[in-house]
Write a protein that binds this ligand. Sequence first.
Ligand SMILES: [Zn+2]
Length: 265
Amino acid sequence: MQYVKEIVAFGPRPIGSENHKKVENYILSHLKGDTVEEDSFTIDTPEGKFPVRNILAKFPGTRDGIIVIASHYETNYPLRDTTYIGANDGASSSALLLEIANQLRGSKREGYSVWLLWDDAEESMKLPWFDSESLYGVRHLAQRWQDDGTIKQIKAFLLEDMIGDADLNIEREANSTPWLEDLIYQAATRLGYQSHFFGRTIPIEDDHQPFVERGVPSADLIDLNYGYNNVFHHTTQDTIDKLSPRSLEIVGRVTLETVRMLDKR
Ligand SMILES: [Zn+2]
């Protein structure tokens, strides 16, 4: 939760902004000594050209294959001139990945390599959502990994999005891979958190989409019911007081348990 506070303290962080650069550097400052790669490129959008930067931290394992855990970190470009800080949408999951890095660091992984991905330019350039003007970061990376063969090595793509809501209800996301969703539910049940998982099944367009399309087992851990009727989503009310450290802990522990179960599968 401290990391969430620090990320939102930079203010709105849309692509192309100074605050965005500060958050990039903030994430990188937490990954000193780790194997870090950056995937930087420029996108041409109806709103103009923007720099995009995916940040990747690689934690090698003993087994052939990669588990990717991802979160977007920027806030919506259309909300750039407001006080929108995306405490749940972008900051909560990016903070969780920083803590997962802490958990992975320093110990030899007996299992698959884990790559943590802070991806960029997820949000649509126009509200509410336009498929062709969103998911720029992951679309670029999925294509790159398809071209260089990396994609065949990816055993699972786990996406975290909007996971900090104090009233935590992770969806069973209908575009996700059924066996991987089943595994997540098993992990949640083992830890006694199943009441927070899969109360409903709905399809959501999100950063896992380019990987789903390429046949990578993928799951979107997302709680899209953020306030009554999702009223806080993409509004200036998406602030830290709606979040709970316990929700971050639940999703973090279930994610790591899922990784352990994938390692043994
Ligand atoms: Zn969003």
